[in-house]
Design a protein around this ligand. Structure first.
Ligand code: OOG
Ligand code: MG
Length: 241
C-alpha cells in the first residue's frame, strides 16, 4: 500500500472510530498532503457522499502567524457534512468538535451569486488539535460539519460586517468579516487559484466556506449555537449527545 493510501486510511479510521491519532511532526510535504486529503475524501465518496464545494482555512492573519505560514489552505466539502439550518449535530459522532463563524459563498459560472452566514464544525483527527500544516491539509483541514443560513443576494460591501458567535444566547466570540483575508471576496480568487493548481474545479452550485472570522469554540452537549452576520442573518444548530 502506498504512503498516501496508508495515511488516508489512518485518518479515515480516526474519523469513523472517533479516536484521534498523534501528530508525526515533520516529514510530510504540502503537495503530498493534498494527495492524502483527496484519498481521504475519496473514501467518503466511495461510501455514497457527493462533493458540494470547498472550504478555506487559516484565512486570518492571526491564524497564519500562529502556524507560521503565509498561504491559506483548503479542503473539500461533501453533502454528508451538511446539517440543515437549525438541525442537530451529535457530540458522539465527533472527537472534540468546535464551532466557528463563517461566511459561505454560492459559486456559479466562476462568480459569487449569493452569500450566507454559516457555522463550521471543525474536528481535527489529531490529538488536541496539534498538527503540522501538511498534517491539517491531509486531514481535510479539520472539516467535519457545516450549517448554512439562508442565501442572500451579495450586499454592497461585505468586507467589514460584524460577526457574532453565541452559545445558548450568550456572546462567546465577536469579530468582523474583515478578519477573512481582509475581505472575504478574496476567498473566491484564492479558492479558484488554489483549486486550479490541483485540478479541482468549482462546479456550478458549489459552496465555498470562506474561513473563520474568529477563534473556534468547543461544543458542549445540550447547547444551541448561533452565528449572526450583520446584513446576512443567522445560521444555527443544536448540539445533541
Ligand atoms: C484547521 C481548520 C481551519 C478555518 O476556518 O480557519 C479552518 C483547524 O483550525 O483545525 O477551518
Ligand atoms: Mg473554518
Amino acid at each position: 500500500m502506498s504512503f498516501v493510501d496508508e495515511f488516508a486510511g489512518r485518518l479515515d479510521v480516526a474519523a469513523t472510530s472517533r479516536v484521534a491519532i498523534p501528530s508525526a511532526g515533520a516529514g510530510l510535504d504540502v503537495p503530498t498532503a493534498y494527495r492524502v486529503q483527496q484519498a481521504v475524501v475519496d473514501r467518503r465518496l466511495s461510501r455514497g457522499e457527493r462533493p458540494v464545494g470547498l472550504k478555506l482555512g487559516l484565512t486570518s492573519r492571526a491564524k497564519m502567524t500562529q502556524m507560521g505560514v503565509d498561504e491559506v489552505i483548503w479542503g473539500r466539502l461533501t453533502d454528508g457534512m451538511r446539517i440543515a439550518e437549525g438541525g442537530a449535530v451529535s457530540l458522539g459522532d465527533h472527537i472534540h468538535p468546535k464551532a466557528e463563524p463563517e461566511v459561505a459563498f454560492l459559486v456559479e459560472a466562476g462568480a459569487v451569486t449569493a452569500v450566507a452566514p454559516a457555522v463550521e464544525i471543525i474536528d481535527s483527527r489529531f490529538v488536541d488539535f496539534r498538527f503540522t500544516l501538511p498534517e491539517v491539509i491531509a486531514d481535510n483541514t479539520s472539516a467535519a460539519r457545516f450549517v448554512l443560513g439562508a442565501w442572500q443576494p451579495v450586499p454592497y460591501g461585505i468586507d467589514n460586517l460584524g460577526v457574532l458567535l453565541e452559545v445558548d444566547g450568550r456572546a462567546v466570540q465577536i469579530g468582523s468579516t474583515a478578519a477573512i483575508l481582509g475581505d472575504p471576496r478574496r476567498a473566491l480568487t484564492d479558492a479558484v487559484r488554489l483549486a486550479d493548481a490541483t485540478g479541482v474545479d468549482l462546479a456550478d452550485g458549489s459552496i465555498l466556506l470562506a474561513g473563520a472570522a474568529t477563534a473556534a469554540v468547543p461544543l458542549r452537549a445540550g447547547s444551541d449555537v448561533r452565528v449572526t452576520v450583520e446584513k446576512l442573518g443567522r445560521a444555527s444548530l443544536r448540539v445533541g449527545p
